[in-house]
Write a protein that binds this ligand. Structure first.
Ligand SMILES: Nc1ncnc2c1ncn2[C@@H]1O[C@H](COP(=O)(O)OP(=O)(O)OP(=O)(O)O)[C@@H](O)[C@H]1O
Length: 509
């Protein structure tokens, strides 16, 4: 436990300590101090003329990171209300960036970690002992006493940060596990399996038909020297080109500059992609790591993303059967990752813009940049940084930093709501009660207004009983507590049943 991670009990002690300090700072220096708690994060803002300081869980951060974290909590249902959100960050849901493209991914803890003030000592990001405001304050006896006593009283100030949160693989406490840490599995995470700096890579262990072995010059040729005319997309980590190989096959080539692509993420994506082979998951065909470039070659999926279709950016509006089929495909892809891949894999970034569609409207889950592998069973979790996209991140994962298979189920629930309503998870321009898709859908569901939730573009009469089942499934998937969420396998089966029901003559529109 450290700056980024505090338990609820400790959080309240931290808040208490902060109140003591607040009192002393106000009395002694005339500091304006505001603090609040959102989920497991304690936010504090200190202001004296010409001096502003921002703290998250007692770690000093810069304004941008502070505001990003506030925005994140605000977008994920934690009411910031009249706290510093409005006056310090000009916080308003309408300012939360949620449009497609780069910038939507949220690396909450990374933000926090990278935001440790440069004026702090190298140890400050790790130990609460470094909790000092500035040199003026240190010499002052009265607040110093308060702070000093807090340092001793507050258990959270003593807790050292976990050596390596990313790799700590633990069992749920409820599993009565004799060995909470499984080092075998830690070592089996994808990063360890990737050969160091390979030039060429073919997933030979899969002996997958059609895997290719390209070198850098083949890629330069196929992309016409990375011609801008072949660009089909820009992601948070690089540019994607459509290319045709000499044998006529069309592929997508994702080129990232090393400076922008985290090595661990690249290796994770490659290692995970190389192990999977399922019709509802985008296939990796090879990769090249050369000079400043990291390049992943995947199958080309020709018909855009689910989000583009829901936004009406593609020809034709998806009908109900197509939407149901897409939901089933996604459920199958995720079930494979969760249950049938060599190691259980959590995707961690399931969202409508990561679902690609084929010409026949079959869905494929893409973008494994944040995926994690190595879970021992359905009940285990990985303690790791919170990563994902605003609006899709499992609130329990956000609160505890514990990633489980059910984190993907939550994101899938949000995607299912998108499929049914056409709306995005957060739409800042709507009336307040409609801004958060999950809340709006849940309220309407409980009022029995299923039909009113359906995407108006669909212009199709759908049996209310079928709609009720689908919305209920989506709401269950996005339950706040992971124990209440079904497994992806159950979700797939229930969607199949719904499809069977919808095809019965009496249910047809
Ligand atoms: N295999 C593919 N087939 C067809 N189009 C693709 C493929 N891969 C990527 N694209 C296109 O390129 C765009 C960018 O993809 P990429 O996975 O790099 O980023 P992203 O998922 O949109 O963003 P981020 O990585 O920030 O989440 C996609 O939205 C899609 O339009």
């Amino acid at each position: 436990m450290g700056c980024n991670q505090v338990t609820a009990a400790r959080l309240s002690i931290c808040a208490f300590c902060f109140s003591l300090m607040q009192l002393s700072l106000v009395l002694t220096f005339g500091f304006e101090v505001q603090s609040t708690v959102c989920l497991d994060d304690h936010f504090a803002y200190l202001n004296s003329p010409g001096h502003e300081m921002f703290y998250i869980n007692l770690c000093k951060v810069d304004r941008e990171s502070f505001c990003k974290a506030l925005q994140f909590h605000s977008a994920n249902h934690c009411p910031i209300k009249n706290y510093f959100g409005n006056n310090v960050c000009a916080l308003d849901l309408s300012t939360v960036k949620l449009s497609s493209g780069a910038g939507r991914k949220l690396l909450l803890n990374r933000v926090k970690e990278s935001a440790i003030s440069p004026q702090m000592s190298p140890h400050e990001g790790k130990n609460y002992h470094q909790f000092t405001y500035n040199s003026k304050i240190v010499g002052m006896a009265v607040p110093g006493m308060f702070i000093f006593s807090c340092l001793f009283l507050c258990p959270c100030l003593y807790s050292r940060r976990k050596e390596n949160d990313e790799s700590a693989l633990q069992k749920e406490p409820s599993m009565n596990s004799a060995s909470p840490f499984d080092t075998e599995n830690i070592l089996a995470t994808p990063v360890q399996r990737v050969p160091p700096s390979p030039r060429y890579f073919t997933p030979q262990d899969l002996s997958r038909q059609g895997s290719i072995n390209l070198n850098y010059s083949d890629i330069v040729k196929a992309t016409q020297n990375f011609s801008t005319s072949l660009i089909i997309g820009e992601g948070g980590f690089g540019t994607v080109y459509k290319a045709q190989l000499q044998d006529g096959r069309k592929v997508a080539i994702k080129r990232s500059r090393k400076a922008y692509f985290d090595l661990a993420e690249f290796e994770s994506e490659v290692a995970i992609l190389s192990r999977i082979d399922h019709q509802n998951l985008v296939k990796m065909l090879g990769y090249v790591d050369r000079g400043l470039d990291r390049i992943i070659i995947t199958e080309y999926v020709p018909n855009g993303t689910l989000r583009q279709h829901l936004d009406g950016e593609r020809v034709g509006i998806l009908n109900f059967n197509q939407r149901l089929g897409i939901a089933i495909d996604i459920a199958h892809g995720l079930t494979y990752l969760h249950q049938y891949a060599e190691k259980q894999i959590i995707h961690r970034d399931v969202k409508s813009s990561n679902i690609f569609l084929t010409d026949t409207m079959r869905a494929k889950v893409a973008d494994f940049g944040f995926a994690r592998a190595g879970l021992a069973d359905d009940h285990s979790y990985i303690s790791t940084q919170v990563k994902g996209t605003i609006g899709y991140v499992d609130p329990e994962y956000m609160r505890t930093s514990r990633l489980t298979l059910k984190s993907d189920v939550y994101s899938f629930g949000i995607v299912l709501l998108e499929i049914l309503t056409g709306r995005r998870p957060v739409e800042p321009k709507r009336a307040v009660e409609e801004r958060l898709l999950l809340r709006w859908a849940t309220i309407n569901y409980h009022q029995g207004n299923f039909v009113g939730l359906v995407d108006p573009q669909m212009d199709q009469a759908i049996d209310a009983k079928i709609l009720k089942k689908m919305f209920w499934l989506a709401i269950q998937c996005a339950a706040p507590v992971r124990a209440d969420r079904p497994s992806m396998r159950d979700v797939g089966e229930r969607l199949w049943e719904i499809r069977m029901d919808s095809q019965k003559p009496s249910q047809r529109a």
